[in-house]
Design a protein around this ligand. Structure first.
Ligand SMILES: *Cc1c(COP(=O)(O)O)cnc(C)c1O
Length: 399
């Protein structure tokens, strides 16, 4: 549908105001590039919030959507459909999990994981229902996943919260062990806390957590919604630590841009009974077909090696920029990287960078996060650095 710019700005009044957004609307995208309503072009290092693993509008996804839309879009979750069963098999094989429940958002997948832990506690641990999560964690925006999150901004919101979540400190095993009791059903964490500012659980901590949860007979649930699907340079971030969780959740890059998420569990942890879990759109063949195409493409040694190579390059460029401008360290893994600024100018930098045609994100006031497409090129990384440097000059020059 075509609209004049005036009409478009008027139409924005119909959008429920849930966050402040710049006065523009995006119209189309291709690879690492996005075009707005005035046909201005932006280099996109946000990519739908680490969602467009293969960039904007990859032919592979357009083809999968088109083929499947002409074959079967939905047939009710009361029946199996071919795409969903093939996809579940491939996802289980790739992750080392046994069972897959397809969902429509990360929060929904985590909500399912929380229910699964409670079901498991009821069945195997005498009614245990508590889940140990972590300070600064982010697990979604439903009531239960907000309660599971450790984001300080969430603490006072929508009281009363869902009970049963206790917060430990990341990379502090003793803080976890101190919270384990007979009511504990599971420990749940992100291998890298993305929204907290790309703060990683160390490989040693993940391994210790695996041993601890096994010793106490509670589930280890890993939220790989942001870290999964190749963005750390392996298909799943917990592979770096050699850890196999009992429950894993996936989202964001899973569908390469379409709404698709998943809850995965080992046979031992998978204990839903008929009626416990479901959903109208869950496992629809349209999204499953896309997921299958994206998984086949990303779960490839050469693809993942390229993510690692581009990561080395982006990290080196960011480190050089940091040295030149007196900024802080670079952290993260693969193409999920953050740059510490050593001052609270993240929001100004995001705005200035956008004016220079670069989209980036500041999850914290003192920090920039980079989430380019996993197919980003060196030339695009160079281009992003030039734009960021111009923005930095403006912002830090004015402080
Ligand atoms: C984005 C995210 C979620 C929530 O996913 P939605 O699709 O936005 O509901 C949960 N956990 C982590 C780690 C995330 O990054």
């Amino acid at each position: 549908m075509q609209a004049t710019t005036t009409e478009m700005f008027e139409a924005m009044n119909a959008v429920m105001p849930i966050t402040s957004r710049p006065a523009l609307a995006f119209v189309r995208g291709r690879g690492s590039w996005l075009w707005d309503h005035e046909d201005r072009v932006y280099l996109d290092f946000v990519q739908g919030w680490a969602v467009n693993a293969l960039g904007h509008c990859p032919a592979l996804i357009a083809r999968a959507l088109n083929d499947q839309a002409n074959t079967l879009i939905n047939c009710s979750p009361a029946y199996h459909n071919l795409q969903a069963v093939l996809y579940a098999r491939e996802l289980a094989k790739a992750s080392g999990m046994d069972h897959v429940f397809l969902a429509n958002s990360g929060a929904e997948a985590n909500e399912g994981a929380i229910k699964l832990a409670r079901r498991w506690g009821a069945r195997h641990r005498d009614g245990a229902y508590e889940i140990i999560t972590f300070e600064d964690a982010f697990h979604g925006r439903t009531l239960a996943t907000m309660s599971a999150s450790g984001k300080r901004e969430f603490a006072a919101l929508f009281e009363p919260k869902v009970p049963g979540f206790r917060k430990a400190r990341l990379n502090d095993l003793a803080s976890v062990e101190a919270l384990i009791n007979s009511r504990t059903a599971a420990v749940m964490l992100e291998p890298i806390q993305g929204e907290a500012g790309v703060v990683a659980a160390s490989d040693a901590f993940l391994r210790d957590l695996r041993a601890l949860t096994t010793r106490h007979g509670v589930l280890l649930m890993v939220d790989e919604i942001q870290t999964g699907m190749g963005c750390t340079g392996r298909l799943f971030a917990c592979e770096h630590a050699g850890v196999r969780p009992d429950v894993m959740t996936l989202g964001k890059g899973l569908g390469g841009g379409v709404p698709l998420a998943a809850l995965l569990a080992t046979r031992e942890a998978s204990c839903f009974e008929p009626g416990d879990q479901g959903g109208t759109f869950n496992g629809n063949p349209l999204m499953a077909a896309v997921g299958l195409a994206v998984l086949e493409h990303i779960n490839d040694a050469a693809f993942l090696a390229n993510v690692r190579a581009q990561s080395v390059y982006l990290r080196a460029r960011l480190e050089r920029l940091s040295a030149q401008h007196g900024l802080g360290p670079v952290r993260g893994r693969g193409l999920l990287l953050a740059l510490e600024l050593n001052r609270d100018c993240g929001a100004e930098l995001v705005t200035a960078a956008r004016e220079h045609g670069l989209l980036i994100n500041a999850p914290r006031p003192h920090l920039l996060r980079f989430m380019p497409s996993l197919t980003v090129s060196r030339a695009e990384i160079d281009d992003a650095m030039t734009r960021l440097e111009a923005a930095l000059g403006e912002v830090t020059g004015s402080i």
